[in-house]
Every structure is written in structure tokens, then in C-alpha cells.
Design a protein around this ligand. Structure first.
Ligand SMILES: [Zn+2]
Length: 286
């Protein structure tokens, strides 16, 4: 039996709004110059997600690329009009670890301007593409402060081949730069942090196993859970990128056809809201 706390607690539902051709896994295969020649699918997929969330009474945070605000402004406006939280995922999905400080500043500022223009509302939250904030570029938080952000959800404290600082905090905290960082959730296993935040593992594992891991997290930590995924994960018909490395393709394409069903179960089994609501206390400095 679940205890009362895990049943009533509200968790954060988050979506990284990008198209299938933006993902870091296809970086070397599809260049930024080629994007304008590809038919975007992110608008349609995000509309579908908003429908699903509305159907289940779920409010979510959409960390959205400036590129999406430029090419699909209608969906960005709908996110805000229907009471969800709009936040930034940078402009062009370039990892911060591959850019200079000036380039990161320009990328984040452009995304904030584009999103605010499309939505008519101030943007407070930021998630770095592919969790690309680590000990080499903590100045990203100074940039966020300067640009008027209040929080970030850009770190995944795990060991991973592409990202992560395992020794950084596992739960929401206020950094010295004055920005609240809300890490992707992890569970402790054999003295290591294992990622349980969503993404590819949620598609790969059967739903009961993902749920068991979430339950274990909730039992051992007096903290809300937060979940992330992408609009392309419910799009089983997306064009296949031919020349990508095998591992990237495996991660990207596994179980796309069952994602919507799993998400529906997840929405039914827990209570969900946006980052700004779930973490309101820590964002208010309490
Ligand atoms: Zn992303």
C-alpha cells in the first residue's frame, strides 16, 4: 500500500520541446543549416501532448527551443493560453559545453526573446540542451541571473557517457549565483546515482518497472519527483535518420509506439503540475 504522502504529493511534468532532428544524438548527421529544409513535426506533436495533458487535468512545464517559437509560434502561444508553463531550452539545441560564454549568452537571450514575443509572458525557467552544465561552465548560472531567470533544471547528477556531474546535489537548491537548480531525479544504488527522470529509459522499460523505480524514489526521499520527455517520443511515424550511429538510433527509436500509452498510465497514477507550482516554496526562497 502506498503511504498518504506519496499519494497526495504533486510532481512536476516537463517536456523538452524540440523536433527529432534537433537532438544531440543526431548532431553530426543533420547540420543546423539543413533544419529549414525539413518539415517540422514538433508543432503537431506538442499540440497532441497539450490535448493529452488537458484530458487528464495535468499542468506541465514546456522547456521550448527558440527555434520552435520562431517556426511554430501557434503552439507556443497555446501552451501559455491553456495555463501551462513556458520555459526556455535555448535557441538551437547547441550544447553549452561546446560554446563560448558569449555564444551561450546569445543563445539563451535569443530563446528568451523569441519565446516572450510568441507568448507575451516573461520566461523564468531554463533547461540546458542535453543537461550541458557541468564544472567546466558554471558561469551559465551567472548568465541566467543576468537575463532574469529564476530557476534552471539543467543538471543530471549521474555518470553517463554524454553528460552529468555525479557529485552535484540531487535535489532542488539555491545556487550561489541566486538561481534555483532543480536536478533531474536519481535513485541511490550501490553508492551510485541512477537516473530515473524519464527519457529513453521510460520508453525502454516496461511501465511497471518505471513505476517501481519512482515508488522507490518517493519512499526514500521526502521530495517531489520530476519527469521529462520530448514531443518526438510519441511520434512513431517520424522519418528515420539513416546515417546516425547505432547507439544513437537505438536510444532514439526504441518503443516510440508505446510511449503515449505509458504516459497515460503515468498521468493516471500520480498528480502532476508545472515546475513553478511544484517548486513554488524553494523558488520563493522558503
Ligand atoms: Zn533537448
Amino acid at each position: 500500500m502506498k503511504d498518504a504522502k506519496t499519494q497526495t504529493r504533486i510532481h512536476a511534468m516537463t517536456v523538452d520541446v524540440e523536433d527529432y532532428f534537433h537532438v544531440s544524438a543526431f548532431d553530426g548527421v543533420i547540420s543546423t543549416d539543413e533544419w529549414s529544409g525539413i518539415e517540422p513535426r514538433v508543432g503537431k506533436n506538442t499540440h497532441r501532448l497539450i490535448d493529452l495533458f488537458n484530458e487528464h487535468g495535468v499542468k506541465a512545464t514546456f522547456f521550448t527551443l527558440g527555434w520552435v517559437a520562431k517556426h511554430c509560434p501557434d503552439v507556443v502561444k497555446r501552451i501559455v493560453d491553456e495555463g501551462h508553463e513556458l520555459a526556455s531550452h535555448g535557441t538551437n539545441h547547441r550544447r553549452n559545453t561546446t560554446m563560448t560564454r558569449e555564444q551561450v549568452f546569445a543563445d539563451i537571450k535569443e530563446s528568451k526573446d523569441l519565446l516572450e514575443q510568441a507568448a507575451g509572458k516573461a520566461i523564468k525557467g531554463y533547461r540546458a540542451p542535453s543537461f550541458s552544465v557541468n564544472t567546466s561552465n558554471e558561469w551559465v548560472y551567472e548568465i541566467l541571473k543576468e537575463l532574469g531567470f529564476t530557476y534552471s533544471s539543467s543538471t543530471y547528477p549521474i555518470e553517463h557517457d554524454l553528460y552529468g556531474v555525479p557529485e552535484w546535489p540531487r535535489f532542488a537548491y539555491t545556487r550561489k549565483e541566486g538561481i534555483v537548480e532543480i536536478p533531474i531525479p536519481t535513485m541511490r544504488n550501490n553508492d551510485k546515482n541512477k537516473g530515473i527522470g524519464g527519457g529513453g529509459y521510460f520508453r525502454l522499460y516496461p511501465y511497471w518497472l518505471s513505476k517501481r523505480r519512482i515508488e522507490a524514489y518517493l519512499r526514500s526521499n521526502d521530495q517531489p519527483y520530476n519527469f521529462y520527455f520530448h514531443p518526438w517520443e510519441i511520434d512513431a511515424d517520424q522519418p528515420r535518420v539513416q546515417n546516425a550511429p547505432f547507439k544513437s538510433k537505438l536510444r532514439h527509436y526504441v518503443n516510440l509506439h508505446v510511449m503515449e500509452k505509458k504516459l497515460t498510465k503515468l498521468m493516471q497514477d500520480y498528480r502532476w503540475s508545472s515546475m513553478e507550482e511544484v517548486y513554488a516554496d524553494v523558488l520563493a526562497g522558503k
